[in-house]
Design a binder for this molecule. Sequence first.
Ligand code: NDP
Length: 312
Amino acid sequence: MLDKITHNVIIIGSGPAGLTAALYAARADLKPLVIAGLEPGGQLMQTTEVENFPGFVNGIMGPELMDNMIKQVERFGTKLVRDNAVAVDFSKKPFAVKTSSEEFLANSVIIATGATANWLGLPNEQRLRGKGVSACATCDGFFFKDKDIVVAGGGDSAMEEANFLTKFGKSVTIVHRREDFKASKIMLARARANSKIKFVTNVAITDIIGEEKVEGVKIKHNQSGQEEVLSAQGFFVAIGHTPTTKIFKEAGIETDEKGYVKVFNHTHTNTEGVFVAGDVNDPRYRQAISAAGMGCMAALDVEKYLAEQEGH
Ligand code: NDP
């Protein structure tokens, strides 16, 4: 089915980046359409308390924050489509965005599809998420005061998260599958110099122990085959993220080697009229507030772009 209107702007994604873009676009009277996914709200829908989003003195639950953002954009006339974008066509104007059942047209698009944390795929990993298992130290570290924490990974994220977690935890053990580290020398040196951080290398993590909450992490030494359980109440996975960019790459949007959308001029992608905001462009900061900030920037860039198009 084709929704016949050519929208001013379609925003793909409904996390803090997409919804902030929608808020600004709606208030600029652009009547944005948000392709919000089957479960709108993005990564914060899977978190518990958010204490670092400014303005909430006592923190706010992730799902409540996103629910508020949705209500706020709807108040200014934004329409949400609760379905996934399955294909886009940026080869001609107007651009086309297809969901599983409809096709929408627009003069501009903001890509705000975010990224997802990579998980190890352990038997109990998902069951214990929010009960000691996390992929975000900045979000959840505070809840592990005086606890023993294990961090999985050997890159800069693992080093950074481990260092950050020593502010709270009694001990932090970095568990890595090889002897050598992918992390930059400086980040590794900083972690090695931190007396609260221990390293266990050349091991595979085989499971997480605990019924109601995390109690330990099961590992197997690669060389000896010996198994061991590290006692821990917190388990942080820091093995990288994957940006959601498959359909955009297929439509000619340029990405870096890890799949993050490249920006050329502020929030512009390599395709004129297609903009980007949030974690789908950002392997570095990955915060709700930085994503929201970029959503605002993208909407302002869209507004300027559309005004220039009209002026021609
Ligand atoms: P990386 O891809 O750099 O590192 C991922 C790490 O996880 C690697 O050590 C890898 O092991 C390990 N890993 C991946 N998959 C598995 C698996 N299935 N089982 C066990 N271990 C696994 O990701 P990061 O998130 O660390 O960093 C992403 C980018 O962000 C990098 O460019 C990094 O430099 C940057 N960054 C910069 C920071 C800063 O400068 N402050 C902070 C954080 C990130 P192996 O080494 O064996 O492949």
